[in-house]
Ligand binder design. Structure first.
Ligand code: ATP
Ligand code: MG
Length: 413
């Protein structure tokens, strides 16, 4: 009986796990350089946390289950709601703004395909407590700089859900979200049919005009013609800041995001190649959630990277770490262990034999794993306080004092 992994999940062997760790490390370091600090929340939460306002898609895809006491729980499909729940429960009196980042696995019952899994990882940030354009600016710049540092080839599109909200202010919540969802899915035929069937056909033209606007800041003037009483100053200030910081972006008023809780600026980044249809690698925006979880109404901005999609296209390789095998002749095993312990100061991979193999087999294993050096602990040399240091790449060896070994390897590696 062979047990396979569940559909939509993956195993990561060391090469891939290390590569992913290297990418994660870049994300962490840059987020920390902006003052963001890591938070960690439970893998499962009460189901209601995700059904209050996450939108139809997420609810449809949720991994929900009852525990043995009948509690309705769910594996987290994303981390914004959990972080805001944590904020309301634990952090609401902390000085604002709060800058949090997370790196964690998420679960969605999706149709698995390239770039779409049932267990996947998100790296994201939440900047809590400000509704200034400066907060949006910081979060967008952070996302942008991480993607640049990872050498990703991407485009960044920025919109503002406030525009459609304003345009549709007389439409009730339920219809508003239906309309937004169809715009998110780019289902324009469905949208037309829906508006007609609900007696909302009067909105069709202005919606279509608005969501077709894409480009530089000049489209703000066009949008103003469609929605004259919307205050564009936040968006204009943001654009000014982005230009000042030389961020390459497009305005795109069709971005509404799949989740229902966004209220202001929204943005998405797309990989230009390598991912096919699943090419959205980042989504974010400003939102209000905390009042839904029993807190006061605190404005926040955040984003989440689709870590697996980024890992798929990111070409950075983690620094290779050399291996050293400390081999031993019969009876010298524990001496080899002692020497190996000392060599572990080098921050390399220091291995010893655990198979009770003879020396020849130990050395052939060292070769098979691509070890750079073998230290051979043999009785004769050891009696003189020495070991054999073999350079497996050059095929040369020297007899060296045990006391000099660490220094020598440090110089060589
Ligand atoms: P999509 O439209 O691709 O389904 P989404 O709108 O559901 O994305 P978000 O909820 O905004 O995605 O999640 C943020 C990011 O997480 C996405 O931009 C994407 O890169 C990534 N992501 C979402 N779902 C998955 C998944 N099932 N597998 C891998 N990555 C995912
Ligand atoms: Mg989705």
């Amino acid at each position: 009986l062979k047990i396979e992994k569940p559909r939509g999940t993956r195993d990561f062997l060391p090469d891939e796990a290390e590569r992913r760790r290297g990418i994660e490390q870049v994300m962490r370091e840059i987020a920390e350089s902006y003052g963001y600090r890591e938070v960690s929340t439970p893998t499962f939460e009460h189901l209601t946390l995700f059904t209050i306002k996450s939108g139809e898609d997420i609810v449809k895809e949720i991994y929900a289950f009852k525990d043995k006491s009948g509690r309705e729980l769910a594996l987290r499909p994303e981390l914004t709601a959990p972080v805001m729940r944590m904020f309301v429960n634990e952090c609401s009196v902390m000085p604002k703004p709060l800058r949090f980042y997370y790196f964690a696995n998420c679960f969605r019952y999706e149709n698995p395909q390239k770039g779409r899994y049932r267990e996947f990882w998100q790296f994201g940030v939440e900047l809590i407590g400000s509704d200034s354009y400066l907060a949006d600016l910081e979060v967008i710049v952070l996302a942008y700089n991480i993607m640049r540092n990872l050498n990703l080839d991407f485009i960044l599109n920025i919109g503002h859900v406030g525009l459609l909200r304003k345009l549709l202010e007389d439409v009730d919540e339920v219809r508003y979200h239906r309309i937004m969802r169809m715009i998110d899915k780019k289902d324009l035929q469905g949208l037309e049919r829906y508006l007609n069937s609900e007696g909302l056909e009067g909105y069709l033209e202005s919606i279509n005009e608005l969501i077709r606007l894409k480009g530089g800041t000049e489209i703000i003037d066009h949008a103003r013609e469609i929605i004259p009483d919307f205050d564009f100053s936040h968006l204009q200030n943001l654009c000014k800041g982005l230009e000042k910081l030389q961020i390459d972006y497009n305005l795109d008023f069709s971005i509404v995001r799949g989740l229902d809780y966004y209220t202001g600026v929204v943005f998405e980044a797309f990989a230009k190649k390598g991912l096919g249809a699943q090419n959205q690698i980042c989504g974010g925006g400003s939102y209000r959630l905390s009042h839904l979880f029993g807190g006061s109404d605190v404005p926040s901005t955040g984003f989440a990277f689709g870590f697996d999609r980024i890992a798929e296209i990111c070409e950075i390789e983690p620094r290779a770490i050399e291996s050293i095998l400390v081999a031993s002749t019969a009876g010298m095993e524990l001496k080899a262990l002692e020497i190996a312990e000392k060599l572990r100061k080098l921050s390399k991979r220091v291995l010893t034999d655990v198979m009770e193999r003879n020396l020849k087999k130990q050395l052939s294993f060292a070769n098979s794993i691509g070890a750079r050096f073998a230290v051979i602990v043999a009785e004769k040399e050891f009696k003189e306080g020495k070991v054999i240091l073999r350079d497996l790449e050059k095929g040369e060896q020297v007899v060296i004092r045990i006391g000099d070994l660490l220094k020598r390897l440090n110089r060589e590696l």
